[in-house]
Each structure stands twice: as structure tokens, then as C-alpha cells.
Design a protein around this ligand. Structure first.
Ligand SMILES: [Zn+2]
Length: 513
């Protein structure tokens, strides 16, 4: 019998050792989509374009949902914003009854005092009502954590003070309210460990008054809001002849330097090169990763026949999957929205808006002029598009609510100059058994994370990569693969500040809603 050569034995030994220890070795790897959670996939499949149509149609039926209409006494029955608030509250209660009273439904009602100045949009004390429903987390150790989805149910036409003529607001923003209601309906059957809040606010068109009140309420009550998704104008405007609308794309706006940063904090972020790593921007990156899991690119192989001019019959085409386009600014140019109310209170919040707005169908009196139909009418809303936006919201909310909390006290060791990078962090409160941590990084000129490496259950890691050349962050991952938002590390030693303190520059024109 021939002896096994030593070289073969050695190879076998190495292979055995590799198999034994491979699970312990966490290699650097390109960022890849997380595995889909079957419970989330099932919830997304329940999002219904027909229900979205019914919600928007009902909201439009209130004729004019101007916030100011709450104080009018001569409106036709069934019209005005008060009826809309009552209907939304009833919808949340109906959804709750369907899930064994799983939702706490509340009204945040208050009187907004008149604004002063020539462009005032509130002339007398006015009642505002925000309506919201909370799905309490199933894990007492994590139930204080919250993710929130919101849209505004108030509307306007050409005149911000008009309370009587039609202001249908089908796209702006019945579409966003439909997203909140559909998320509540399809997610309320899930039992995530942390809480979800489904919201419809008033006052957006008068100056973000409803969201401001709710954001302040959230702060007073100590809501641990980890993510706020503001859906405003997500109807996928469909106008005959418009060839530039893109139904596969939705914009996600996120602030760079946080609105709530003190001048000192803003200087620190600039010194670190962290202008593009606010918590809100990390949330936008999380939305993009969630999309890559639940909206994979569809590849089609031509079954038969060959398109003219093609040599082969096995033609492969791809349909662009529905996807977020991350816009790295707080909102559209010189404009604002309800997420900025949450940003102002220091919360992590982004705005979600259709690819291309049609301004003939926004803030316009309903009329035909020179053959052009103006007005925010239901006929221009694509409910299939709204359904995709709702699915993206629901997937993001569910992923973050199932994921562990974000790592705490995330630091980068700066004790000595070093071409390696040493990171450390502590576990989030209530981290479930099986929680692991993942380091993500990207070149400084890349928009989203490009590489990752698991640290397993460890709470520190040393990587042979220079912190000078990439941006690092750390996130938590549960045993099922749900990823938290990534957290930018802060230096372990106090930052030296460079140059003179700067005053944040004031915009010359206040943002318009
Ligand atoms: Zn709006």
C-alpha cells in the first residue's frame, strides 16, 4: 500500500483547520443585501393598491382639508379637516380592532396661536389635531425604542388661507397618509420587540405646526425615536405626455450637519470630515440597504423570439427594481417638510418624495386653463407607486424595529498615531441574546457603505485600515440578520478645534413647505 504523500496530509490538515475555525474568522467583505425576513416579506405582500386608492378617495371627499377649516362653522356637512381627523382616527381604531386592540390610538389636539408678519398663514387661534397610533414593542427591555412613519393630512389650494374651495390634496399629502395607514395595517400583525408609531399630522401647509408640536411632545415624553420617515408627495404623479417621471425611483432626503447641532458640535463634525454622516443620513443609507433586500433587481430572459436586430434569442433584460435615490440635502431646494420639525428636536428623520413633482398638480386651485388641468386630483396618483413607497417604508420600519438598538459609546481610539483603526462600543440597552456587531466603512467619496466585517459578539475590533482614508461606523445585528442603523464613532480623546468659531449661516429665504 502506497503511503499518502506528506504534502497531501498537510493540505488535509490545513483544510480541516480552516473548516473548524472558519466560523470564528470574520473576513472583510463587500456590503451585500441582508437576507429577507419571511414575516416582513409576507407583510409587504399585503400592501394593497386598492386600499390606498380607497384611502386617498375618502380623504379627497372632505373637499378642503385646510388646517384653518377646523374653525369654520359654515362648512357643508362631511367637509373640512375635522371630519378628516375623525375618519383617520376611526381607521386606526378599525385596524386596531383587527389585531386584538394592538394599537394605542391618540389625538394630539392643541390651539396654535396666530402668526405675526406679512406672510402669516394662521390669522386667529386655530385648533390643530395630530392623530397617531402606537404599536407597543413586545420586549419590555426594548419597548421604549420607537420608529415612526408620518404624512400630513391637511391640504391647500392656490391661497393658503382658503378654507372652502376644493383643495383635494390627493398627492400632497393624502398619499403620505395612505402610507402611514397601510403601514399600520400590514405591520400591526407583527410582534417586533420595539415600538412603532403611525402618524397623520395637520398644519404642514401653514408652517409645519402639527409636526413641530408632535416632535416637541415626543421629546417631552422621552420617546426614544430612532427613525422618523416623513412621506410627503409620494403619489407618483402620472400626467399624460410626461416622459421624465420615474416610477422605479423615490427620493430620500437627509440632512448633513444636524439642524440641532450646536455651533461647537457642527465645528467638530466638519473637523472630522463627518459632514455626510448625521444620524439622519445613516438612516437614509439604511433605507437604501433595506430596499436592496426587498426590491431585488428583476432579470428577464426572453422566453422566445428575438427582438429585431438581435443575434440571439436568450436576450437578458433587467427591470430597475423600485429603489430609493438618496439626496444629500435636508429637503428640496429652499423647501421644507415635517421631518425638519423632528430634526430640529434632535431626532433622526428623513423625507421621502416622488421622483418628479408636477407643480400644476400641487398647491393649485382646481381648474382648466388653456387646456391644462390644474389641481391635486386623484386621477394623477398612481396607487401602485404609492404601494411600493408603502412597502419600502414598512420594510424599513420592520427591519429597524426587529433589529437590536444601535451600539452605544462608539469610539475610535486616537491615543496614538496609527495606520490601523481600533474601534470600541458598548451593547445597546436590552440587546437580545445573539446580538452581534458589524463594522461598515466606505471611501470618503462614496455615498453608501461599501465594505463590512463582523466583530461577532465582541465590543471592540482592530482593523488594518487607516481611519484617514475611509469612514467607519458600527451597527448591531440580531440573530435573524436585522441590521440597526450604523453609528459613526467619535474620537476617544477630546477633539482639537481648528480655526475660528463660525456662525451657522442663515438662509436668506425661509424654507417653504
Ligand atoms: Zn406636503
Amino acid at each position: 500500500m502506497k503511503a499518502v504523500p506528506a504534502s497531501v496530509l498537510r493540505s488535509l490538515l490545513i483544510a480541516t483547520a480552516f473548516l473548524l475555525f472558519a466560523p470564528l474568522v470574520h473576513a472583510q467583505q463587500p456590503i451585500a443585501p441582508a437576507a429577507a425576513d419571511p414575516a416582513v416579506t409576507s407583510a409587504l405582500s399585503q400592501v394593497s393598491p386598492d386600499r390606498i386608492h380607497a384611502i386617498i378617495e375618502k380623504l379627497v371627499s372632505f373637499n378642503n382639508r385646510s388646517t384653518l377649516s377646523s374653525m369654520e362653522t359654515d362648512l357643508k356637512p362631511g367637509t373640512g379637516i375635522n371630519g378628516a381627523a375623525d375618519w383617520i382616527e376611526q381607521e386606526f381604531k378599525r385596524i386596531s380592532a383587527d389585531c386584538g386592540n394592538c394599537l394605542d390610538v391618540s389625538r394630539d389636539e392643541f390651539i396654535e396661536q396666530p402668526q405675526t408678519g406679512p406672510a402669516s398663514r394662521i390669522l386667529k387661534p386655530t385648533k390643530l389635531t395630530n392623530v397617531y397610533a402606537i404599536l407597543r414593542g413586545s420586549d419590555p427591555a426594548q419597548a421604549n425604542r420607537m420608529v415612526l412613519v408620518t404624512g400630513h393630512y391637511d391640504t391647500r389650494n392656490t391661497d393658503t388661507l382658503n378654507t372652502h374651495d376644493p383643495a383635494p390634496g390627493a398627492n400632497d399629502d393624502a398619499s403620505g397618509v395612505a402610507v402611514s395607514l397601510e403601514c399600520a395595517r400590514v405591520l400591526s400583525k407583527l410582534k417586533p420587540p420595539s415600538s412603532m408609531v403611525f402618524v397623520a399630522v395637520a398644519g404642514e401647509e401653514q408652517g409645519l405646526n402639527g409636526s413641530r408640536h408632535l416632535a416637541q411632545l415626543a421629546k417631552q415624553r422621552g420617546w426614544q425615536l430612532e427613525a422618523v420617515l416623513n412621506n410627503d408627495i409620494v403619489g407618483g404623479d402620472t400626467t399624460p405626455g410626461d416622459t421624465l417621471q420615474d416610477k422605479s425611483a423615490v427620493r430620500v432626503f437627509s440632512e448633513g450637519i444636524p439642524a440641532a447641532a450646536t455651533p461647537e458640535q457642527a465645528r467638530s463634525l466638519i473637523n472630522l470630515g463627518a459632514e455626510s454622516d448625521s444620524p439622519s443620513r445613516e438612516l437614509a443609507r439604511a433605507v437604501a440597504e433595506v430596499a436592496s433586500t426587498y426590491f431585488p433587481v428583476q432579470i428577464h430572459r426572453a422566453a422566445q423570439g428575438t427582438p429585431p436586430g438581435r443575434a440571439h434569442s436568450n436576450v437578458v433584460t433587467t427591470t430597475p427594481a423600485f429603489h430609493p435615490v438618496l439626496i444629500f440635502r435636508r429637503d428640496r431646494y429652499l423647501r421644507g417638510g415635517d421631518h425638519t420639525s423632528f430634526n430640529a428636536e434632535g431626532f433622526t428623520a428623513v423625507r421621502i418624495t416622488e421622483w418628479r413633482e408636477n407643480f400644476d398638480h400641487q398647491h393649485q386651485n382646481v381648474r382648466v386653463e388653456n387646456g391644462t388641468q390644474y389641481g391635486d386630483l386623484l386621477q394623477y396618483v398612481d396607487v401602485n407607486y404609492v404601494a411600493n413607497v408603502a412597502r419600502l417604508n414598512a420594510a424599513t420600519l420592520a427591519t429597524l424595529a426587529f433589529a437590536p438598538g444601535v451600539p452605544q459609546n462608539v469610539h475610535i481610539d486616537t491615543a496614538a498615531l496609527d495606520n490601523n483603526t481600533q474601534l470600541s462600543w458598548t451593547a445597546p440597552t436590552g440587546a437580545p441574546a445573539g446580538t452581534t456587531y458589524e463594522i461598515v466603512w466606505r471611501p470618503t467619496d462614496a455615498p453608501t457603505w461599501t465594505m463590512s466585517q463582523s466583530a461577532g459578539a465582541a465590543t471592540s475590533i482592530k482593523l488594518p485600515i487607516s481611519k484617514d482614508n475611509v469612514i467607519f461606523a458600527v451597527r448591531s445585528v440580531d440573530s435573524a440578520g436585522h441590521r440597526s442603523i450604523a453609528v459613526l464613532p467619535t474620537p476617544s480623546r477630546p477633539l482639537r478645534t481648528f480655526g475660528q468659531p463660525q456662525q451657522p449661516s442663515q438662509p436668506t429665504t425661509p424654507p417653504r413647505p
